[in-house]
Design a protein around this ligand. Structure first.
Ligand code: GLY
Length: 423
């Protein structure tokens, strides 16, 4: 039916249309401005993430191409004398390269990386039987643990076997997992009986996972006992931590509080401080015991309030080295810290912790710390330190710096995606 409009009505109609078209025009303009500003924010935010993903892909493509060309399955750790240094499966860092591939897969969704991740993960399968040092937690969680999280159900068996292997190192009298054996190597020369290092906090995630997968609470109990003892014995009143606490196997008493990789027994080794913050944040996630959250938060306050925490937020290798600022940085500790802070931001004070993590990431992704494509042995980050007291890996790339950088990037992306409105 045709609608008849009189002249008067016609006039009103056109006025209305004109008014509405003005309103519509302004509405359209406002929406455009909002949309543009939203998309600008998104571009700024995701621009950082996307640019770092693209860079990581470029480096990892070169890295894996070089390995594949050799016809072997190699596991890169660092660069020495201009050459990439590859490691055997029972080196403590063997989980990081496969883990890096899992993160690249997760960040890109490109199945090529999943295929590589599987291949390089499954190549270190034998570590599940490793009982001679504590690092099986790191090694398996970062490789198989990420694979399982991303759907590789068959890796459950590896997680469980590895948790059993790690549990053989639990010393019930002292209530801790022994980190290192003391029957050979440099560890045999320090007079220790049962050394536990702060790094060991990182191995507990494997145990929490094993309990979730199996329902066997013994793994969880070991993890909690170890975390409680570490919280009590590894920290000074200012919440800096010792690197090594040596326990008596006979009665569980403390024999020594030492360092191995720090500047001095009483100094704060930067990576150890970062391991502790990450480890206690993870323990809070797994147990919801508020003491662990407070421990992580206070240990982080030690970092931010320290006079030697540099203005670019990438710690010197030890907070108390006398020659600061003429001391090497440790980008690995900054990457671990950033990842831990993103996790902390999910519990309390999100702006504060995410803000710090973002600042650290900006710095790590700057030309001061991030390599150029095709340089740095095809690793992502420059300027990490393995162990200065051992004269090992000083101012070099390290596979774990890259691993935690990508983990942090992934956590940042997830947090920002969650913060975006869904409609
Ligand atoms: N877990 C050994 C290190 O941090 O160097």
């Amino acid at each position: 039916m045709q609608l008849k409009i009189t002249t008067k009505e016609n006039y009103r109609y056109h006025k209305l249309v004109k008014m509405n078209s003005h309103k519509l025009y302004y509405l359209f303009l406002s929406l455009l401005i909002i949309a543009t500003s939203c998309s600008t924010n998104t571009t700024v935010k995701s621009g950082f993430i996307q640019e770092n993903i693209q860079f990581a892909i470029a480096q990892e493509k070169l890295q894996v191409a070089q390995i594949e060309k050799s016809g072997k399955i190699l596991n890169p750790r660092t660069v020495k004398d201009g050459e990439v240094k590859y490691i055997v499966p029972d080196d403590w860092t063997s989980g990081f390269y496969p883990g890096t591939m899992w993160y690249i897969y997760e960040l890109t969704g490109d199945s090529t990386w999943r295929t590589y991740a599987r291949k390089y993960t499954e190549a270190i399968d034998t570590i599940k039987y490793m009982t001679w040092h504590h690092d099986v937690g790191f090694m398996v969680q970062c490789s198989f643990g990420n694979g399982l999280r991303l759907g590789e159900e068959k890796y459950k068996e590896v997680i469980l076997q590895s948790a059993k292997s790690l549990s053989t190192r639990f010393r019930p009298v002292a209530g801790i997992i022994q980190s290192w054996n003391v029957d050979k190597g440099w560890q045999s020369e320090r007079g220790w009986e049962c050394p536990v290092i702060i790094d060991n906090m990182m191995n507990l995630e494997l145990l929490f996972n094993a309990t979730k997968l199996s329902g066997d609470s013994s793994f969880y109990k070991i993890a909690v006992s170890h975390a409680d003892k570490t919280m009590k014995n590894h920290y000074r009143p200012d919440y800096s931590c010792y690197h090594v606490v040596d326990y008596s196997l006979a009665d569980g008493s403390i024999r020594n509080k030492h360092t191995a990789q720090g500047f001095a027994h009483e100094s704060a080794w930067a990576r150890g401080q970062a391991w502790g913050i990450y480890g206690f944040a993870m323990c809070y996630r797994e147990t919801k015991d508020i003491q662990y959250l407070r421990q992580a938060q206070k240990a982080f306050e030690f970092v931010v309030n320290h006079k030697n925490f540099p203005s670019d937020f990438v710690p010197y290798w030890d907070f108390d080295t006398p020659k600061i600022p003429n001391e090497p940085r440790d980008a690995s500790s900054a990457a671990i810290l950033a990842s831990a802070l993103y996790e902390l931001s999910t519990f309390e004070n999100p702006e504060y912790y995410k803000g710090w993590a973002d600042k650290i990431m900006q710095s790590l992704a700057s030309p001061a710390f991030r390599a150029k494509t095709g340089e740095n042995g095809n690793f992502i980050l420059m300027h990490s330190v393995g162990s200065i007291p051992h004269g090992n890996e000083i101012d070099v790339p390290l596979n774990y710096a890259d691993y935690y950088f990508l983990e942090a990037l992934k956590r940042k992306r997830d947090l920002e995606n969650m913060a975006k409105p869904t409609n």
